[in-house]
Design a protein around this ligand. Structure first.
Ligand SMILES: Nc1ncnc2c1ncn2[C@@H]1O[C@H](COP(=O)(O)OP(=O)(O)OP(=O)(O)O)[C@@H](O)[C@H]1O
Ligand SMILES: [Mg+2]
Length: 433
C-alpha cells in the first residue's frame, strides 16, 4: 500500500522512465494538496500538440496507477494552466529530484517555511539560539552571551521569540522594568495595521550591563493580557501592499527590522522556540541569521530531530543555503567523564552532518564547490562549542538576581567556547574598541 513517503519517489521514478515525454514540457508541477494527494499541472500550450498531450496523460495515468489513495482519477489527474506562478502562489516549492523541469508545489496546513531560507542580514548580525529539545540551557546561554557582549561595549538587542514558553525577559529584566507590550502584541496589532502603536513600548533596557547596553523585547508585556487569544493569531498572514499575502515569517522579519531601526544594536540575539514548529522555523530560516546555534544534548531525541530537519533541507534543495550558518553547541556538558561525553557528541554530530549536509566528497574538502569537514576539524560546524553544566547556574530562580555577583572568570569556564565562537563570528574585535 502506498503511503505519504512513497509518493514523490514514485512520481520521480515514473517521470524519469518517461523522460522523453516529460522533457518536452516547459515545466511540470507536482501539486501535493493539504491532504497529501498529488496531481500534475502542465502548460496549457500543449493543447496545440495533441500527441504530446496524450503522452503526458499516459504518464500521469501510470503514476496514478501506483498512488492509490494519494492520487486522483484520470479525469482530474492532470490540469492545464498558462501561468505557472499563479499555481505556486502561497505554497512551499522545491525541485523534484532527477526531473530538471519538475517542481513540487507543497500545500501545508501551516505556513511553516523550513525550506525557504532568507538571505543573511549582516547589519547588524543576528544570532539564533535554537534546540530540538527544551530545557537545555538555551535562554541562560543567551542571557550570558548578551551580558558578555555588552560588557565588551556592544549594544545588544535580545528578542524572546519563545512565544509559547516565554521566560527570557524575566531573566534579564527586573519586574519593574518589564515593558508595557511584547512581541506577541506587535504581531497581533500588525494584523490590523496598528503595529506602530506598540513598537515604542515593547523594549526595555536591562540593568545588568554597565559598559554596553542590553535591550530586551519580551514575548509579552508587563500584563500579558489575553495572551492565549493573541498567541493563536500571531502566525497569521496579512495583505501585502506589494500584492499577494505576507506570511507570518515575513511579518516577523519586518518587526525585527523595525526594532533594529529603533534600537540600533550592534548585534541581535534571538531566543527561538525549541522543536520543529512554525515559530522556530521563522526564527531559524526567515530572519537571515548569520549564526544558528543548535543546542544539543546526547540522546536519540536530539539527533532524530536534527536529522528530520536536515533531510527536509536536503530534499528541498535548501541545505546549501543554510549549512554554513549552523553551529552545534554541546549543552549542559556533564562534570564527570567530560572528555568522553564530548567525544561521543562530536561523533554523533559528525554523522548527522556527513549524512545530511556535507557533500559526498572526501572529508577535508572545503571549497566553494565542495563542503565536507574532517570529523576532527575544530572549526567545523559539527564540532561542538561546549557549555558546561555548573551547579551555580542550575535551577536559579532568575539570572537577573544571579548577575548581581557574577564572576567573569567563572562565566568563561562554563560558557567560554560559546562566547569566543560568537565573538569571532560577529568580528567583535573589529566592531568596537
Ligand atoms: N550551564 C548550566 N549549568 C547548570 N544548569 C544550567 C545551565 N544553564 C542552564 N541551567 C539550568 O537549566 C534549566 C533550563 O535552563 P534554560 O531555561 O536556560 O533552558 P532552555 O533551553 O531555555 O529551556 P526552555 O526550552 O524551557 O526555554 C534552568 O533551571 C537553568 O537554571
Ligand atoms: Mg528558554
Amino acid at each position: 500500500m502506498t503511503t505519504f513517503d512513497n509518493v514523490l519517489p514514485i512520481v520521480e521514478k515514473v517521470f524519469s522512465s518517461h523522460a522523453d515525454t516529460i522533457q518536452q514540457l516547459d515545466w511540470v508541477l507536482v501539486n501535493r494538496d493539504l491532504t497529501g494527494r498529488v496531481r500534475f499541472v502542465v502548460p496549457s500550450a500543449i493543447a496545440d500538440r495533441p500527441e504530446l498531450k496524450l503522452a503526458v496523460q499516459n504518464v500521469a495515468d501510470a503514476v496514478m496507477d501506483q498512488l492509490g489513495p494519494h492520487g486522483y482519477a484520470t479525469s482530474s489527474s492532470l490540469l492545464y494552466e498558462s501561468d505557472r506562478d499563479s499555481v505556486c502562489l502561497g505554497a512551499a516549492q522545491f525541485p523534484l529530484h532527477n526531473v530538471p523541469n519538475g517542481i513540487v508545489v507543497d500545500r501545508l496546513a501551516t505556513d511553516s517555511t523550513w525550506q525557504s531560507i532568507h538571505d543573511m542580514a549582516n547589519d547588524p548580525p543576528r544570532i539564533v539560539f535554537y534546540s530540538i529539545k527544551g530545557g537545555v540551557g538555551r535562554s541562560t546561554a543567551l542571557a550570558i552571551t548578551a551580558w558578555h557582549l555588552a560588557q565588551a561595549g556592544l549594544r545588544v538587542l535580545v528578542l524572546d521569540l519563545d512565544l509559547e514558553s516565554p521566560g527570557l525577559s524575566s531573566e534579564l529584566l527586573p519586574e519593574d522594568r518589564q515593558p508595557q507590550y511584547g512581541i506577541t502584541d506587535w504581531l497581533v496589532e500588525d494584523l490590523v495595521g496598528n503595529g506602530s502603536t506598540v513598537l515604542e513600548a515593547m523594549v526595555s533596557a536591562s540593568p545588568l550591563s554597565h559598559d554596553g547596553e542590553i535591550y530586551v523585547a519580551p514575548a509579552h508585556g508587563r500584563d500579558p493580557g489575553e495572551y492565549l487569544s493573541k498567541l493563536g493569531r500571531v502566525w497569521m498572514s496579512v495583505d501585502d501592499p506589494a500584492g499577494g499575502r505576507q506570511l507570518w515569517d515575513g511579518r516577523l522579519r519586518r518587526l525585527v527590522g523595525q526594532l533594529e531601526d529603533t534600537v540600533k544594536p550592534d548585534v541581535v540575539l534571538i531566543d527561538s522556540r525549541s522543536g520543529i514548529d512554525e515559530i522556530s522555523s521563522g526564527c531559524v530560516t526567515a530572519l537571515g541569521a548569520r549564526l544558528v546555534l543548535m543546542f544539543a544534548i546526547e540522546g536519540h531525541q536530539t539527533w532524530n530531530g536534527y536529522n528530520m530537519l536536515f533531510s527536509n533541507w536536503q530534499r528541498t534543495d535548501a541545505a546549501n543555503k543554510i549549512r554554513d550558518r549552523l553551529q552545534v553547541v554541546a549543552a549542559l556538558v556533564p562534570e564527570i567523564e567530560t572528555a568522553d561525553y564530548l567525544a561521543g557528541l562530536r561523533e554523533r554530530s559528525y554523522e548527522l552532518f556527513a549524512q545530511g549536509l556535507y557533500d559526498d566528497v572526501p572529508p577535508g574538502s572545503v571549497t566553494a564547490d565542495y563542503w565536507h569537514f574532517e570529523e576532527h576539524d575544530e572549526t567545523a560546524p559539527h564540532a561542538p562549542w561546549a557549555v558546561r553544566w555548573h551547579r551555580s547556574f542550575s535551577a536559579i530562580r532568575s539570572l537577573e538576581g544571579r548577575f548581581a555577583d557574577i564572576d567573569a572568570q567563572q562565566v568563561m569556564a562554563v560558557f567560554g567556547p560559546l562566547l569566543d565562537g560568537v565573538a569571532v563570528t560577529i568580528g567583535m574585535d573589529d566592531a568596537k574598541p
